[in-house]
Every structure is written in C-alpha cells, then in structure tokens.
Design a protein around this ligand. Structure first.
Ligand code: 5RP
Length: 234
C-alpha cells in the first residue's frame, strides 16, 4: 500500500475521531482504514476519553484489547451511538460494498445497532456505479455449490453476471469468517440495481448476509492528498 493511500486513510480516521466524545457507545470497524481509527481511539482512551466499544471482528477485538480500549457486547449494550468503519466501495447514494476483510456479517449487525454510521475511506473507494469490487456474499458451508448456483440465477435476474469465486486465504486455505461461514466473491463488474440484488440474495437459504450496505451510512469521509471531503451529514 502506498504511503499516500495510508496517509489518506489516517486523515479520514482522524476526522471521524473528532466525532467521538466521553460517554459514547462506539462500534469499531474492521480493515486497514478502521485500524487507523482504532489506533487513534486507543490514544484518546489513554488520554482520558471514557467510552465503551463493540468490535466488528476478532481482529479488531485483539487490536482494541491491546490498546486498552474498554469493550462490551451487543448483548450488554444493544444500542450504539456511533460506528466508524471502512468500505470497499461507495456511490453517490452512500450505498456501500463491504466485506473485503471478511467481517461483513458482524459489521452489518453492529451498523444496524448504531444510531449513526460513518464510513472512512481513501478516494479510490468512490465509484459512479457499484460492482467494480467483487461483492462478498457470506454463505454457510453446507450446500455451497447449490447456493452458488442460486446466487448466479438471482443475480442474472437483476442484470448481474460474472465469476463467483470461493474466497481463500493467503495460504490457499478456504477463508472462514469469524462466524464459521465461507465467502463467495461475486465479480459482477457493475450492479445496476443494488436493492433488487440485495432482496434476491437474502431470499436464498444458504446466504447468511451480503456486502451491500443500503441506507445504513449517514456519511462517508473521503480523504486524499488534497484533504478531506464529506458526503452526507456528520
Ligand atoms: C471488512 C470491510 C472493510 O471495511 C473493507 O474491506 C475496507 O477495508 P480497508 O479499509 O482495508 O480498505 O468491509 O469486512
């Protein structure tokens, strides 16, 4: 990852951290951009910020614990004030594609439990039309091939075609999510109607969740070398 992109991610994270104040219940996202945010929150906690947080993945939990950030669960704290997370793509409607890091299920549960969701990204995630990034779909291992066929059919019905690949990790093993599921990455190229695709996908029994986040983000903070832009309302 280039220094310019890392700097942009950090800049977006810093802007989001300005939204956090003592007493807040905070959702902590997953991925390289959210990692910057968690680092900044860790420093603020060491400086006296009083918050409780719900992590969206085991990776973020480990990072937050190592920084001394107080953690809770959605069972003990079922409503959060704010979640800050990254995204793989976003469009002008603030519809997102998420799940590149494999945490989309917990990310969506945490986002849905939050009064506000703010997304932090570098400029490369901004698209005119969603679908350049392969859409992650979390599925149960049982019936994988049948589920893949149904995804192919449902997607074609709403104008989405392309290879659907089972995700593997860097060592060539099948990637398993924190929830014990698999991920199918759907290289549709373009998604003409995200709500219609989302409706089709959730109706498939083997699909646990998909990476389309529709109507969840209140704002997207985008950074590049020239500074920070905000889409939506902070
Ligand atoms: C993880 C996600 C991430 O938010 C998304 O992949 C963005 O990651 P990064 O900030 O590393 O580009 O959805 O499941």
């Amino acid at each position: 990852m280039s220094d310019a992109i890392e700097n942009a991610k950090r800049l977006a994270a810093q802007r989001a951290a300005e939204l956090v104040s003592s007493g807040m219940r905070l959702g902590l996202g997953t991925g390289s951009t959210a990692r910057h945010f968690v680092d900044i929150i860790g420093a603020k906690v060491r400086a006296g910020l009083q918050i409780i947080c719900v992590p969206t993945s085991e990776a973020t939990r480990q990072q937050a614990e190592s920084l001394g950030i107080p953690l809770t669960t959605l069972d003990d704290t079922p409503e959060l004030d704010l979640t800050v997370d990254g995204a793989d793509e976003f469009d002008a409607d603030l519809t997102l594609v998420k799940g590149g890091g494999g945490a989309l299920l917990r990310e969506k549960i945490v986002a849905a439990a939050s009064k506000q969701v703010v997304i932090i990204t570098d400029r490369s995630k901004q698209v005119d039309r969603l679908g350049r990034f392969p859409l992650p779909v979390e599925v149960v291992p049982f019936g994988l091939e049948a589920t893949r066929r149904l995804i192919t059919k449902v997607a074609a019905d709403v104008g989405c075609t392309g290879a659907i690949r089972l995700r593997h990790d860097r060592d060539g093993r099948v990637f398993v999510t924190d929830g014990g599921h698999y991920i199918l990455d759907c290289a549709f190229g373009a998604i003409p109607d995200a709500p219609a695709l989302a409706r089709g996908l959730v109706a498939i029994p083997g699909v646990v969740e998909h990476g389309l986040f529709i109507g969840l983000a209140k704002a997207v903070i985008v950074a590049d070398a020239s500074g920070v832009d905000v889409f939506g309302d902070l």
